[in-house]
Design a protein around this ligand. Structure first.
Ligand SMILES: *Cc1c(COP(=O)(O)O)cnc(C)c1O
Length: 390
């Protein structure tokens, strides 16, 4: 039985998979079972940002795998300590909680925001305002936080305490904040919702509003963080900082790891026993993530992401000038979206046949999240393949 039939027979049918099985990856290239090559503009959904099987990450994983894989958080390990210290050194944060996925990192952020106020005796201040079209994960709390109905279908009743406002609309947010609200949670650049960056003035106004109302600001940088938008963290494009930030996807370049970072003040919401997870911050996952962070946080690396992002975006803008079916080009760095007036699925299928992997979101948006090490000539080849499909 081949991998496709076996998967379809035995794995839950929760994923609409493209009929392709991959066996090997290197840099921005993937090989399928028949030995055919593909250039990857998806990177496992913004995960393999350093490309597939980056030699330094592979080495860090192999070395740690043969030294110590897991001991639990009843003890200390150096890779976890090093990664936490480096994340704090490179960000606004003073403390880190390690999780295993994006949803879990957000779950931790939601719990921290509630407990921060409940610990102070503000028991009714538990509501979190999130954005329409946002995506925060698939656990009950994170799907309740998500501003998209299709994610919630069949799972009612939701967790109480979430309300939603249109993204980039400061008045709508102002009108929703009352003394039951503990936090505002948003993606500085919405990913799944259609690759939509926050307006610069809006994000500053959100920060000011949270300060004025004395509530916490949570940034979900699970997709837009870790160099994806040309800065180590997307909010650095805006010159403001949150109180809490979540990371996952690219943090381990493919090893499962998530993190919730907080200021020292916000972090006081958790005490001994407030939160825990068995696998959080294993030596294996943190050794990999430390190496990822060491590479991605270099200024020269981030400059290169900005250059490639601009190069790619300019080429997409040219496609828009040329083809009326291209409606919008959006995004920051190498998190780019092309809104078209046609089903994205057609382009995804056709590009797959031509040896490119991209993905479609919200029916009519093509999302490009290649490994950050993608080369200009690979971008050129994708653009001409795309060009021929309009
Ligand atoms: C992917 C994603 C999540 C969920 O992460 P999982 O690891 O799939 O649980 C949450 N927020 C954003 C912005 C994401 O892109």
């Amino acid at each position: 039985m081949d991998s496709i039939k076996k998967t379809d027979d035995f794995v839950f049918k929760t994923y609409l998979r493209q009929g392709k099985a991959f066996v090997k990856g290197e840099g921005a290239t993937l090989w399928d079972e028949d030995g055919k090559k593909y250039t990857d503009f998806l990177a496992g959904i913004a995960v393999c940002s350093l490309g597939h099987c980056h030699p330094k990450i592979t080495e860090a994983i192999a070395k740690q795998a043969s030294t110590l894989v897991h001991v639990s958080n009843l003890f200390y390990t150096m890779p976890q300590a090093d990664l936490a210290a480096k994340l704090c050194e490179k960000s606004f944060a003073d403390r880190v909680f390690f999780a295993n996925s994006g949803a879990e990192a957000n779950e931790a952020a939601i719990k921290l925001a509630r407990r921060y106020f409940q610990k102070k005796g503000e028991k009714n201040r538990f509501k979190i305002i999130t954005m329409e079209q946002s995506f925060h994960g698939r656990t009950m709390a994170t799907l309740s936080a998500t501003g998209q109905d299709k994610i919630k279908d069949g799972f009612y009743p939701l967790l109480e305490g979430f309300s939603y406002v249109p993204f980039n609309d400061i008045d709508a947010l102002k009108n929703k904040i009352d003394d039951t609200v503990c936090a505002v949670m948003l993606e500085p650049v919405q990913g799944e919702g259609g690759v939509v960056p926050a307006d610069a003035l809006y994000l500053k106004a959100v920060r000011d509003l949270c300060d004025k109302k004395g509530i916490l600001l949570i940034f979900d940088e699970i997709q837009c963080g870790m160099g994806r938008c040309g800065k180590l963290f997307a909010h650095q494009l805006y010159g403001i900082t949150p109180d809490i930030m979540t990371l996952a996807k690219a943090l381990g370049n493919g090893l499962p790891i998530g993190a919730m970072l907080a200021t020292g003040e916000a972090a006081t919401g958790f005490d001994f026993g407030s939160h825990a997870t068995t696998f959080g911050g294993t030596p294996l996952a943190t050794a990999a993530a430390l190496e990822v962070l060491n590479i991605i946080s270099q200024e020269s690396f981030l400059d290169m992401v900005c250059q490639k992002g601009q190069y790619f975006k300019d080429k997409l803008e040219k496609l828009k000038e040329k083809h009326a079916r291209v409606l919008h080009v959006r995004g920051e760095g190498l998190l780019l979206g092309l809104e078209i007036d046609k089903d994205a699925a057609y382009f995804v299928d056709q590009l797959m046949k031509k040896g490119f992997i991209i993905n479609g979101i919200q029916d009519r948006i093509l999302r490009f999240v290649p490994p950050l090490i993608i080369e200009n000539k690979e971008i050129d080849r994708l653009i001409s393949a795309l060009d021929s499909l309009f």
